[in-house]
Design a protein around this ligand. Structure first.
Ligand code: SF4
Length: 382
């Protein structure tokens, strides 16, 4: 059913370009749209810390943090980060543990590793200053077309387009695009519009105005069209099908996974191991654990795993806590089992460590483990 639907959507590509060509804004209307947006942004923009100096370093960190995260959630992270690492050199020289700790809770940890690599490249190859050109920005780790456009336009006022989810929604509605933006022809057209509409010398504010409109007025459901400064240009509003645009492609249900964790305690400490390189959540600390497609026998397999990998004989009790966590492509049910051992049994190295209850706050943990530790320590105090 899904395959058939996507197939028929793809077939419609041939009609897309023709559809767009009929809908160019004439120069007078384009100027009005640009000016209306710029005036609105000047008056209603949110006061955000990277909008004070427009330092490219601050713009870059804010953009990476905002991927998959809303402004309200990321602001405390941003402030902590800037306090600890006020410049790009500090990032290049920072300890990996510190970077992971500052990022803990934002997820998608590959982003923070790429931040480190980019900071090193900028210090080594560009004397510590971001290049202004999109072509050079695109060569930096973790910087794709959107982020390069954001740094170039917001940081340097270069006429580079940006197209994130918010801008996509605004453009699709303004032009009443009835095809999903995921289609490559639609994507190309949206990038073209995002570039063609930038007013000369005003890229910084125009791009932010489009993004801000999508984030605060042109919301995914029930947009505040009455407050919209460009409502008189909006074809979707005109035909009253705002909520159906952008058209969605049905997404696959996430796969269910199961994880069993051994909570190994000795006196006032818990045993943590470090996740190895080149896997999801690399470098973060976790309870010794294993994951499978089924919960069946997972506890017994975990006991053997702990013995083989860590050389510790354990016997796990009943599951005493459970929580669910959603990643981008799958969801996990995490089960926790308690075990007590003689601490001397365990040989420490840089990948396995006893962590005192009072020091668990200092290590970087994936979200489900942080939630568990908060719960666990509360039980102990009570
Ligand atoms: S009029 Fe409504 S749908 Fe159209 S751009 Fe403005 S907020 Fe979005």
């Amino acid at each position: 059913m899904i395959v058939t639907l996507i197939g028929s959507l793809l077939k419609s590509i041939n009609t897309v370009s023709e559809f767009f060509l009929k809908k160019e804004l004439d120069p007078k209307n384009l100027t009005d749209l640009q000016q209306s947006l710029l005036n609105w942004f000047a008056e209603y923009q949110r006061k955000l810390p990277w909008r004070v100096e427009y330092e490219p370093y601050e713009v870059w960190i804010s953009e990476i943090m905002l991927q998959q995260t809303q402004v309200k959630t990321m602001l405390p992270y941003y402030r902590r980060w800037m306090e600890a690492l006020p410049g790009i050199r500090e990032v290049a020289e920072a300890d990996e543990e510190l970077l992971l700790k500052l990022w803990e809770g934002l997820g998608y940890y590959r982003r923070v590793r790429n931040i480190r690599k980019t900071a090193e490249m900028i210090c080594n190859e560009y004397g510590g200053y971001f290049p202004e050109e999109v072509t050079k920005l695109l060569k930096l780790p973790g910087i794709g077309r959107y982020t390069a456009g954001a740094i170039a336009s917001i940081g340097f006022n270069q006429p580079a387009p940006v197209l994130d989810g918010n801008v996509t929604r605004v453009l699709c509605r303004l032009k009443k695009i009835l095809d999903p933006p995921q289609l490559s022809e639609v994507g190309k057209e949206l990038w073209r519009l995002a570039e063609a509409w930038i007013p000369k010398g005003k890229a910084r504010h125009f791009n932010q105005a489009l993004m801000e409109l999508g984030a605060t007025v042109c919301l995914p459901s029930s947009p505040s069209c009455l407050l919209c400064p460009i409502q008189h240009h909006c074809l979707a509003l005109d035909s009253e099908n705002v909520n159906q645009i952008p058209v969605k492609v049905p997404s696959k249900a996430p796969k269910q996974r199961y994880r069993a964790c051994a909570v190994i305690r000795f006196n006032q400490s818990l045993l943590f191991s470090k996740r190895p390189e080149n896997i999801l959540l690399e470098g973060l600390w976790e309870f010794p654990s294993i994951e499978g497609d089924s919960i069946k026998n997972l506890k017994e397999i975990l006991e053997k795993h702990v013995e083989q990998v860590y050389g510790i004989m354990i016997s796990l009790g009943n599951e005493f806590h459970q929580l669910d966590h959603r990643y981008t492509n799958f969801k996990t049910r995490v089960s926790f089992y308690q075990a007590e051992v003689d601490g001397l049994q365990v040989e420490m190295d840089e990948t396995i460590s006893w962590v005192k209850f009072s020091e668990t706050e200092k290590i970087a943990l994936p979200s489900p483990y942080r939630r568990f530790v908060d719960w666990y320590l509360k039980q102990i105090v009570e």
